[in-house]
Design a protein around this ligand. Structure first.
Ligand code: HC0
Ligand code: SF4
Length: 563
């Protein structure tokens, strides 16, 4: 540690701290705007200046502490500087002409009514330069964290690079930019109006909720980060007018059955092939992250045949709700409005993919992000922390610990191994918590030895890419034969869905770890922890699908990709 004096009092602080971290650690307020704990200091807004002993002003976000240093955060000129920064921003972001709402009802399946002028959208995110304060956080999220380089911030606000419109770029819709934006200049395309319209039309409202929403929705409505709010989330959705609330975790278990069966089929062929031929087959990639699908379609189309054909759990739930569930409940599918609450902005694009049209229908009608659900809960004055816990609706509401793991990087892999290993080896994988798949490293890999129940021991080489930048490093190396895998999980957001682009905005540097621990604890608490043990999954195969990868399963639970 080093000793620093702040506002006349001395403190011992770690020597790698910035002045900002040193002050905040003592509870001393320093205003910031462009600073974000998960981005290297940008030093753009200058709201965080402090008064140094030598009479200079210094930016606290980007200067390190030194032993014996002394500075003040409370002098009149520091306050005047911060006030000037915010005054200027306010002037910039108060549009002279209020944005005009256009009637775009004929396009309602593509995007909701959007504001006029310069607002740009690709159906997943929306960019409104008139609200931009030029802090640069979105640009850093896109180019430094995701390494996509789609955006640039200029004096006239944020825009895609090179004068392109968003849908002319290779933006994958991950929404990381929107979760770092402090003003709403970049946001998700809102689907809240779709829900209100459906309620007004008297539709039967069915909601599904993603694994990662339950560990983050509380942050929007007065619950501490890292707590699991499943029961309150269900209660809040019922209070908002949902007739049924079902669990995406149920179809995460269904995904394991479908994708696991597909993997086993591929591996049996691969293990039987000559080694050279086997290597040429390449790995199977997971297909549940829509931003990853967008990325592979635009950047690596040669690998489309390596994507699992399983639809994402969200889309599987759409099919199940409008067929199996509708029939059981005696409701006509066209009278159902089915929406998903997701931690993700790219999911808003996934529901519009033409490959997902099933029986002439869109099976998921809208996607609300965790942030949008938070907004609704607050708008309707629902006292979230005080809500009683409610259960998901049967018979598509039960799930296992394996399913909730989907919400974090490595979780799909771990869930798949629990089931695939047991089917192949005829006995359980030694440990339920498979540590090589855990944690937040960008690329994790492991070899799993599987003693086949009817043959020799085989090796399954797995890898997990957390964040699209890591996937984009991995892909050319796979193509060059430098990385040889059998099964690869990719999630486009670093950490997986827990840090999805539609999750609550947070300035807590440990937020991803907190949400990840919540996911792991939810798995540990579950009575059943393997997808194939879920009784409602066994029932839906018995009553409806027959068996995994059956003809009916292919029709409703699998898809194709665009090249
Ligand atoms: Fe995810 Fe999913 S785990 S993508 O991250 O697979 O968004 O939470 O809902 O569909 O289950 C997001 C989260 C989902 C899907 C599931 C998968
Ligand atoms: Fe970049 Fe993702 Fe934002 Fe698109 S959605 S601009 S890829 S951060």
């Amino acid at each position: 540690t080093v000793s620093v004096t702040i506002n006349g009092t001395s403190y011992d602080v770690p020597k790698n701290y910035t002045m900002l971290e040193a002050a905040r650690a003592q509870g001393i307020f320093v205003p910031t705007l462009c600073y974000h704990p998960r981005i290297k200091p940008l030093g753009r807004c200058k709201a965080c200046v402090v008064d140094m002993e030598d009479g200079n002003l210094s930016m606290a976000c980007s200067s390190k502490v030194a032993d014996g240093m002394s500075f003040r955060t409370d002098t009149p000129r520091v306050k005047a500087k911060a006030a000037a920064v915010f005054r200027e921003l306010k002037a910039k972001t108060m549009p002279v002409v209020p944005p005009r709402r256009l009637d775009l009802s004929e396009f309602e399946n593509t995007f909701d009514a959007v504001t006029a002028c310069d607002v740009d959208t690709n159906g997943m995110i929306m960019v409104d330069p008139s609200m931009c304060v030029d802090c640069g956080r979105c640009e850093a999220a896109c180019s430094k964290i995701q390494e996509m380089g789609i955006l640039e911030t200029t004096a006239s606000g944020v825009r895609p690079h090179g004068g392109l419109r968003l849908d002319e770029t290779r933006c994958i819709g991950c929404g990381q930019c929107s979760s770092f934006c402090p003003t709403g200049a970049i946001s998700e395309v809102s689907h809240i109006e779709r829900l209100y319209t459906a309620i007004a039309e008297g539709k039967t409202i069915v909601a599904q909720t993603a694994p990662a929403v339950r560990v983050a929705i509380g942050e929007e409505c007065g619950v501490a980060a890292g707590e699991v709010s499943t029961g309150k989330m269900v209660a809040a959705l019922k209070a908002l007018g949902c007739n049924y609330v079902v669990d995406t975790d149920f179809t995460a278990d269904l995904t394991i059955m479908e994708e696991g069966t597909e993997l086993i089929g591929r591996m049996q062929k691969k293990w039987a092939a000559a080694p050279e031929q086997a290597e040429k087959m390449g790995p199977m990639f997971t297909s549940c992250c829509p931003a990853w699908i967008n990325n592979i379609e635009t950047r690596f189309p040669d690998y489309l045949d390596n994507l699992s054909t399983a639809r994402s759990p969200m889309m599987m739930m759409g099919s199940v709700v409008k067929t199996y569930f509708a029939k059981k409940m005696g409701i006509k599918p066209e009278d159902i409005f089915h929406f998903a609450v997701m931690p993700c902005t790219a999911k808003k694009g996934e529901i519009d993919r033409m490959q997902m049209v099933t029986g002439g229908m869109k099976v998921v009608d809208a996607v609300l992000t965790t942030r949008e659900l938070g907004k609704l809960i607050r708008k309707h004055h629902i006292d979230f922390p005080a809500l009683p816990n409610q259960e998901f609706d049967s018979p598509i509401g039960s799930s296992t610990g394996a399913a909730v793991l989907f919400g974090t990087t490595g979780g799909v892999m771990e869930a798949a191994l629990r089931t695939a290993y047991e089917i192949l080896a005829g006995k359980p994988l030694g440990t339920l918590s498979y540590t090589p798949a855990r944690g937040l490293d960008g690329i994790k890999e492991a070899s799993v030895e599987i003693p086949l129940k009817d043959g020799p021991t085989k090796t399954l080489r797995i890898a997990i890419a957390s964040g699209i930048s890591n996937a984009n490093v991995m892909m050319p190396e796979i193509a060059a034969g430098k990385r040889n895998y059998d099964f690869v999980e990719v999630m486009a957001c670093p950490g997986g869905c827990i840090s999805g682009g539609g999750q609550p905005k947070s300035l807590d540097p440990k937020i991803i770890e907190k949400r990840q621990s919540a996911i792991y604890s939810d798995d540990e608490k579950a009575k059943l922890r393997k997808s194939h043990e879920n009784p409602e999954i066994q029932q839906i195969y018995k009553e409806f699908f027959g068996e995994p990868n059956s003809h009916k399963a292919h029709e409703l639970l699998h898809t194709t990709y665009a090249d």
